[in-house]
Design a protein around this ligand. Structure first.
Ligand SMILES: NC(=O)c1ccc[n+]([C@@H]2O[C@H](COP(=O)([O-])OP(=O)(O)OC[C@H]3O[C@@H](n4cnc5c(N)ncnc54)[C@H](O)[C@@H]3O)[C@@H](O)[C@H]2O)c1
Ligand SMILES: N[C@H](CO)Cc1c[nH]c[nH+]1
Ligand SMILES: [Zn+2]
Length: 805
């Protein structure tokens, strides 16, 4: 806004004149109004006129108008008020009008500090009836400079969103023509003549405004491309710098075209047609944005909210420019609302927050009754991200590692784990320094655990060939083979888990897998993995340890990199990124890689009755709650008294406060619950429905209830069987299905590392027994080649007449 002309509207008659030729005033992009001769509403009307942009209108004032009206004008988009008296200037200053929104007339002109500092002399302020193009060109000539020999002026062309379309040149003559035609007219240096953009192609430009830069040596033309073609550049791109990115403006364009053309069954069409659905989606996304925590979650949710908001704008005929205009006006306000939210959106001051969310408050579980099915459903829903959301974060990581190999692996380890690596792989024999800090006591504990896990998994090993003669002369068999190369993921984000290393490594060794590879995120402190993990790796004969975690480690093992060998199967638990990446690679035929199961954030469901020891119950809940903020622990109480529930809550709180990971526990307990029910049958129904990773039975005659368990990863029976035993040392595996996948998956066991090959041997006698059946079914399937393979043999054996068709 440093154009050297300021149109002046002295009266309502001038407004009429502007209305008739308003384009011309708006091309100049700034106006001065004599506020004393207008009613406030008339000025506000001028501002709501789409061609007067908020922040381009100056209003000259005398003290005739009230202070409230001055504030009202400034709050509604007036750039600045211009006053003649110093006293009045001081008064307005005192009532709080900011300095840059106030100017003082001196010698018929004034200086504005609003935005770019600019002075308007008496000669530049011109009543609209005298505002001719010649006047404008003359004023411009006095203000504009060029150091070019051809005397042309550098001209930046931008679209209505201020996006640069290209750089061109103007002469005074071309500017004059542009103002006259309200069109994009420039000077062509190559043709050495006036250039009316689109004169031949029909892709003309509507001129919105002309501006001069701060030191008067460059012009800016704001234009709207017309004539159907929105490409500015002769190379057929939107701008001379290539196409624009895909932001809100492009989304608006896309949705506008969808409004016209989208097929009846498309989702966007559904949104346009169903106002209730659109309202629900906007509310849903707004709520999800308020609940988002990490930067990636917040940007993801905000993008969703923008999308649905944009659908509403397009459906209602409101443009992004209208919204921006409102933003500009709001930005110009000099008085602000307090900013409080409406009451219905505010938490009532006396409304107690769930106690565990209060920092340092007691850590208690939410209690619901089994009869309240809605509440139970809410309590049993797991705190996990939606698949498409987590995949959205994980896919680019996996794809980059697949494409760029070690380089990407090293980059992501730096980004997510804060460790700069030279090489992402440690090869066996593992260097001595990696065992530093390992005590004898620890070695003994790991040895004992490994031995028990070995015993239990060795017993599961299927070595024998299974043989069945289904008909005389038809022998079917099945024999096991180890999966050759396995990649074992050992979590290491919030806790180092050498126990997982042994839970995966020992059965892999028992199954005789040919190559065992470990992957675990390196420690930030020294870039190494813990000596306990390295100890287990050595014991089970792992050939390599990949020093990486998360989706990137999974991708490296699935596709292979320069230094990480590609494996046939990836096993092991991990957070949501790890689990999502495993699910991605198992579905990608390029990876040719299977996985054990979805084994995500730990969870436990404890069924307890009135006889249960409150301290035991609390300790079991907390042992899983401390795994991570996305863990979940559920207590299903069978006919528990209020007193018992209180005892358990007190024990949870007291024990939790002693734990070093109390902050994690507190967040986990926030989405964990006690479900009260009235019978054992009801408790097992709830448990089977939830399909927990771990099920703990702290009830009388617990063993008796095992036949009622249908969905669970692993069961811990009786008061003296805490889940920690299974996590470390008893012998069962702790890598178990979560998210409710215990309905269809088993936990890791020895056969997870094996595959089974079938074989058969058919004698002539056997062919005689089954050959005709094969031929009949092949015939009905229309597969004559299959049928023929039997027929030829049977005919040669004389089991079918030669004439048999
Ligand atoms: N189901 C089971 O059998 C079982 C067994 C043991 C552990 N667990 C669970 O395993 C999980 C281990 O999780 P963890 O986080 O401690 O370790 P982890 O090793 O699974 O994950 C850490 C990695 O996550 C990645 N990561 C973290 N934030 C990221 C982001 N914003 N974007 C992309 N990647 C990111 C990083 O690469 C990091 O190396 C816990 O939830 C625990 O409960 C489950
Ligand atoms: N409870 C986890 C499985 O969900 C395993 C584990 C490892 N260390 C301690 N616990
Ligand atoms: Zn555990």
């Amino acid at each position: 806004m440093v154009f050297p002309v300021l149109p002046f509207l002295a009266s309502a008659a001038d407004v009429e004149l502007v209305r008739q030729s308003k384009q011309f005033v708006s091309v100049i992009g700034q106006t001065l109004v004599d506020g004393t001769n207008f009613q406030i509403q008339q000025i506000l009307d001028l501002l709501s006129d789409a061609d007067v942009t908020p922040g381009t209108l100056f209003v000259s004032l005398t003290e005739k108008i009230s202070d409230e009206d001055v504030v009202c004008l400034l709050n509604n988009g007036v750039a600045a008020v211009v006053v003649k008296e110093q006293n009045y200037f001081d008064h307005l200053s005192e009532i709080g009008v900011p300095k840059e929104r106030l100017s003082l007339f001196k010698d018929g002109g004034f200086t504005s500090e609003f935005g770019t500092k600019v002075s308007f002399s008496k000669s530049q302020i011109v009543q609209v009836e005298f505002l001719t193009i010649d006047f404008v060109i003359k004023s411009l000539e006095s203000a504009i400079k060029t150091d070019r020999q051809d005397k042309l002026y550098t001209t930046l062309v931008v679209d209505e969103h201020d996006r640069c379309l290209g750089l061109v040149y103007s002469s005074l003559e071309s500017i004059k023509l542009a103002l006259d035609k309200r069109a994009g007219v420039y000077y062509s240096r190559s043709r050495n003549e006036i250039w009316v953009k689109g004169a031949t192609s029909g892709n003309t430009q509507k001129l919105v405004s002309v501006d001069l830069d701060c030191d008067g040596d460059a012009l800016k033309f704001v234009v709207v491309q017309e004539g159907g073609e929105s490409n500015f550049c002769h190379l057929d791109t939107t701008s001379c710098f290539g196409p624009f990115g895909h932001g809100l403006i492009e989304l608006e364009d896309l949705l506008k075209s969808r409004l016209k053309n989208s097929p009846e069954k498309s989702y966007t069409r559904r949104l346009f047609n169903d106002a209730d659905l659109l309202t629900a989606k906007i509310k849903e996304e707004a709520e999800e944005l308020t609940e988002a925590r990490t930067t990636s979650e917040i940007s993801w949710e905000a993008a969703d909210l923008f999308y649905f908001t944009m659908v509403k704008l397009v459906a209602s005929g409101v443009s992004l420019a209208d919204v921006e205009r409102n933003l500009n006006t709001k930005h110009l306000k000099i008085t602000r609302r307090k900013g409080d939210a409406k009451e219905k959106f505010m938490k009532k001051k006396d409304e107690p927050k769930p106690s565990s969310t209060v920092e340092n408050g007691p850590i208690h579980l939410n209690v619901v009754s089994a009869t309240d099915t809605k509440a139970v459903e809410g309590s049993l829903s797991r705190p996990i991200q939606k698949t498409n959301e987590i995949m959205h974060l994980v896919n680019p990581i996996v794809e980059k590692v697949q494409k760029e190999g070690d380089k990407a692996l090293i980059e992501f380890t730096n980004k997510f784990d804060g460790v700069k690596l030279e090489s992402p792989v440690l090869k066996a024999p593992f260097p001595k320094e990696y065992f530093e800090g390992l005590t004898d006591e620890m070695k003994e504990a790991l040895d004992l655990s490994m031995e028990n896990v070995r015993k239990f998994h060795e017993a599961q090993l299927q070595k024998e060939t299974l043989k069945v003669e289904t008909q005389p002369g038809v022998v079917c068999s099945r024999f096991p083979r180890p999966i050759e190369k396995v990649g074992l993921y050992i979590p290491g984000g919030t806790a180092v888990l050498p126990s997982t290393a042994l839970m995966l490594g020992v059965p892999a060794k028992v199954a005789q897998c040919k190559e065992i590879i470990f992957a675990s995120p390196p420690r930030k402190s020294d870039g190494k993995v813990s000596p306990e993990v390295v100890y287990v790796a050595e014991k089970v004969g792992a050939s390599k340890i990949v020093l990486a975690g998360g989706a990137q480690a999974v991708a490296a093992m699935a596709y292979g990199t320069e230094s990480v060998p590609k494996v046939d199967k990836i096993l092991g638990p991990g957070n949501q990124f790890v689990t999502a990446a495993k699910m991605y690679v198992q579905n990608d035929t390029q990876a040719l890689c299977s996985i054990d199961m979805p084994a995500g954030p730990s969870e436990v469901l404890v069924i307890a009755d009135e006889d249960a020891d409150a301290d035991f119950v609390a300790s079991d809940l907390l042992s899983q709650a401390e795994h991570g903020v996305d863990s979940q622990v559920i207590l299903v109480g069978v006919s528990l008294s209020d007193k018992k529930i209180q005892e358990i809550q007190d024990a949870v709180n007291a024990q939790a406060l002693q734990l070093p990971r109390v902050d994690i526990v507190r967040q986990c307990i926030n989405h964990s619950s006690v479900v009260r029910c009235n019978s054992y049958d009801e408790a097992f129904d709830i448990s089977n429905q939830y399909a927990p990773e771990h099920l703990i039975l702290q009830i009388q005659n617990a063993n008796k209830y095992l036949p009622q368990v249908f969905n669970a990863g692993s069961v811990f029976v009786g008061a003296y069987t805490p889940e920690s035993c299974g996590d470390y040392s008893s012998g069962t595996n702790h890598t178990l299905p979560t998210y409710g996948y215990a309905r269809q998956y088993s936990g890791v066991n020895t056969s997870t590392f094996q595959k089974f090959i079938t074989a058969q041997n058919v004698t002539p006698e056997g062919l005689d027994k089954i050959g005709r059946a094969v031929m009949s079914v092949a015939k009905v399937e229309g597969l004559d080649g299959h049928r023929n393979a039997i027929k030829i043999r049977m005919q040669k054996l004389g089991l079918l007449p030669e004439s048999f068709q």
